[in-house]
Design a protein around this ligand. Structure first.
Ligand SMILES: Nc1nc2c(ncn2[C@@H]2O[C@H](COP(=O)(O)OP(=O)(O)OP(=O)(O)O)[C@@H](O)[C@H]2O)c(=O)[nH]1
Ligand SMILES: [Mg+2]
Length: 298
């Protein structure tokens, strides 16, 4: 690494409405999957920092939950507050939208963007926009609505134009020594990441509505001398009926969720994992702010 006088390091928030690809973008920018993703909106519930270090710069990306302006409940209020707090403490903001889809939910976020911090417009899902002339017109239309510091089209999923995006962010990082070791990709604990991985599989394998009324709790996380992690995870559901849906016929669904989660954990932690999961009923948690605080969701 260079002399720290020439080093730049800063925080870069990734914001946007649910499902535009914020977490996918962060994972590809740092080259590791530390933030969970899914086809469903509102997958991300926690701020997750992902770190990318180069010879003379360190980018600390802050992935945020998709900002929800339509459905109000305690969970959404807490998530939205978390996004607002993040925006007031960063050096640069990436405002992510989907190519060719500028919706009311995107527009409603514009007044919440900071005025004194550079905001870059990131048009994601470039792979879905085949007509380049229409794309140019689309970008011009969105750019006219806010004083963006620049714009970049990318495909997070396919890793396209991410180098160009980093080039646009780099000038906004303040001069500062690195905040994290150069080989670190996230500041989240393995315990946190384990819970997130189980949550991702719940999103992936359960019906449309179910994952929103669930949470997961790591009850045990031990690393043995051999390096094997022993992890116990409780899946919390609202109602008794949901419990049998998660478990599935003959326990098949829960088994699939657990196996996939274990395989992801083994890749991320680079070692063997012994994972045990079970389902518990805890009603009304999504509307109980005190309960959310317990989970670090405030
Ligand atoms: N075609 C295409 N799909 C993408 C791209 N980037 C992300 N996606 C998909 O978009 C969906 C949402 O991605 P996420 O990264 O979970 O979105 P998010 O903005 O973090 O969503 P929330 O956390 O719910 O706010 C997933 O199915 C991704 O695979 C892309 O460049 N092209
Ligand atoms: Mg996300």
């Amino acid at each position: 690494m260079n002399d720290t006088h020439d080093f730049h390091c800063g925080f870069v928030a990734i914001v946007g409405r649910p499902n535009v690809g914020k977490s996918t973008l962060m994972n590809h920018l740092i080259g590791q999957k530390v933030s969970i993703t899914s086809k469903k909106a509102q997958t991300t519930r926690h701020r997750v920092n992902g770190i990318h270090t180069e010879a003379d710069a360190q980018f600390v990306f802050v992935d945020t939950p998709g900002f929800q302006t339509f459905h109000r409940n305690a969970l959404n209020d807490v998530l939205n507050k978390s996004v607002k707090d993040t925006l007031s403490n960063v050096d640069c903001v990436l405002f992510v939208i989907e190519a060719m889809r500028w919706t009311g939910a995107d527009r409603e976020l514009l007044p919440l963007l900071p005025r004194n911090t550079p905001v870059l417009l990131v048009i994601n899902k470039l792979d879905k926009a085949k007509d380049r002339a229409a794309l140019s017109a689309f970008i011009a239309e969105v750019e006219a609505e806010f004083a963006f510091a620049g714009a970049e089209v990318v495909s997070a999923k396919h890793g396209q134009r991410l180098v160009e995006l980093l080039d646009r962010v780099r000038p906004h990082l303040p001069e500062s020594p690195p905040l994290y070791p150069e080989d670190m990709v996230t500041d989240k604990s393995e315990r946190f990441l384990a819970a997130e991985i189980v949550r991702e599989k719940l999103f992936r394998y359960l019906g449309e509505e179910l994952p929103y009324s669930m949470n997961v709790e790591v009850e045990l996380f031990e690393t043995e001398e051999s390096g094997m992690r022993r992890i116990h995870v409780a899946i919390l559901v609202d109602k008794e009926g949901q419990k049998s849906i998660v478990i599935g016929k003959g326990g098949e669904k829960l088994k699939k969720i657990s196996t996939e989660a274990r395989l992801d954990m083994e890749t991320l932690f680079d070692g063997k994992v012994f994972l045990q999961t079970w389902v518990k009923v805890k009603s009304g948690w999504a509307d109980d702010v005190r309960f959310l605080k317990q989970f670090g969701l405030d």
